[in-house]
Design a protein around this ligand. Structure first.
Ligand code: HEM
Length: 445
């Protein structure tokens, strides 16, 4: 495993915030099966800072559940370092990706990556995103009940291939889609959470073999794309992220070399594809199950307003944030919420629990978009995109995609339940609807 796991302190109840005595396997199973309820139950028992002992951590994961410790973990960069824990993803994205780089390299890369993701620049892609939603609409409208997440995954992958990779040729896009979608599927990335020996290529049927084969194909294709784009003189006139990154320079005039670009592109796909698809799936699924909120939103959109649209996206990100937590490591022996935290321990800002804190969010389990109208939340009470120096750089793109999908679908159809409201399951760090977020769409008359 990476250095972060080698340095991780082993479990010692005197050196960590409190934890249950349940065996690690039981804690892991409970966290995977019902992450929000399990964390809530630990919060009730131990207070806002506690430990869980789950795989793949050998010691314990320290969890910060309230806005104050959540803020400390996300913003106190002297005590809590980013990059180390995400190195778990390094076999997938390469250790040079923004999500895996520790400081100070992280800040240098982040400065280069931020400009193409600026809101104003991203909004120029609204027309293309709308086109892609329309292309996928017939699949969604046909049939009696559809799982939203796989549908949204196709869409968000095509958006990334267009906006980030700048692919325009349909045949080339299809080749990438074919290679990328099985590679970045959470089920496949779950390989990274297996014990290290099981991640290896252990023969034709092993998950490790499949993972390494898919990874090699995707990286080869991406490398070809970088090389081809470097040699095309028109890339300076293009708006896609890859073209902009080829020319990005820091204050010393240095840019990203091809190996760094490759890792960054892998990281962007990995960070941006399933998260956005899952958010879209949860939002429509929640609307289908809350007809009053749904009808208010449709009426507001029909009247030409986007007030409730933005509030609905916030409420969905509060109740079911796609990312369950952001992880850091303790830079030295420290404390959190009055509990000791040993050096190198993994520490999570557990915002999917902060979002359910009744002190911050009255009736926290109710889906009520209007609660976001005309008020700003307490700082670090609502952080579906994280916060601090590692806040999501793709937030504007994800919001554009989510809002476009809602606008276009609700203009023609009304989401209705196709079964019970689905519970959340934890797959790697993503909080996914158990059955993919099934709904039925009734075409509007
Ligand atoms: C609704 C969809 C999304 C959600 C919920 C989401 C959530 C997050 C969160 C919580 C973090 C912080 C992780 C941490 O603090 O360790 C993060 C980081 C990041 N996200 Fe997103 N994300 C979404 C979409 C995207 C998209 C579309 C992209 C790009 C195409 C993207 C690229 C990134 C990158 C590169 C980072 C690492 C930033 C850094 O370390 O400086 N995300 N995301």
């Amino acid at each position: 495993m990476s250095d972060a796991f080698t340095r991780e302190p082993s479990w010692d109840p005197r050196r960590f915030p409190p934890a249950t005595r349940e065996p690690r396997a039981v804690q892991t199973a409970r966290m995977l099966r019902d992450p929000q309820s399990y964390a809530r139950c630990l919060h009730r028992r131990f207070g806002p800072v506690f430990s869980v002992r789950t795989f793949p951590y050998r010691g314990a994961l320290v969890c910060a559940a309230d806005a104050t410790p959540n803020r400390a973990v996300l913003t106190d960069h002297e005590r809590f370092t980013g990059g180390d824990a995400a190195a778990l993803l390094a076999p997938a994205v390469g250790s040079g990706s923004l999500i895996c780089t520790p400081p100070p390299l992280h800040l240098r890369h982040r400065k280069l990556l931020l400009p193409p993701f600026h809101g104003a620049r991203i909004n120029r892609w609204a027309g293309r995103v709308r086109e892609l939603v329309h292309t996928g609409l017939p699949d969604l409208l046909s049939g009696d009940g559809v799982a939203l997440r796989p549908w949204a995954q196709r869409l968000t992958l095509d958006v990334i291939l267009g906006v980030v990779f700048g692919l325009t040729d349909p045949a080339r896009t299809a080749v990438f889609r074919h290679a990328l979608s099985p590679f970045v599927a959470t089920g496949n990335l779950a390989t990274l959470f297996l014990p290290k020996p099981l991640q290896r290529d252990l023969g034709p049927l092993s998950p490790g073999r499949r993972f390494h084969r898919l990874r090699a194909t995707v990286r080869d294709l991406t490398r070809e794309e970088i090389t081809a784009r470097r040699t095309v003189p028109d890339h300076t006139h293009r708006d896609d992220v890859l073209s902009m990154l080829l020319d990005a320079r820091d204050e010393h005039g240095s840019g990203l070399d091809d190996a760094q670009l490759l890792d960054e592109l892998m990281g962007l796909v990995l960070a941006g594809y399933e998260t956005t698809a899952t958010t879209i799936a949860w939002t429509l699924h929640l609307l289908a199950h809350h007809p009053a909120a749904r009808d208010d939103l449709i009426a507001d959109l029909d009247a030409g307003s986007d007030r409730l649209l933005k509030a609905t996206a916030k409420e969905s990100g509060r109740l079911r944030p796609a990312v369950h937590y952001a992880i850091r490591t303790a830079a030295h022996d420290t404390e959190l919420g009055g509990h000791p935290v040993p050096q190198h321990a993994f520490v999570a800002a557990l915002f999917s629990l902060t979002h359910l804190d009744p002190e911050l969010w009255p009736e926290p389990d109710a889906f009520r978009p209007e609660r976001h109208l005309g008020t700003d939340p307490v700082p670090y009470a609502l952080t579906p995109f994280g916060g601090g120096l590692r806040r999501c750089i793709g937030a504007s793109l994800a919001q554009l995609e989510t809002e476009t999908v809602l606008r276009e679908i609700l203009a023609v159809a009304v989401p209705e339940p196709a079964g019970p409201l689905e519970p959340a399951r934890l797959v790697s760090v993503t909080l996914v609807p158990a059955q993919g977020g099934r709904i039925r769409l009734r075409v509007r008359g």
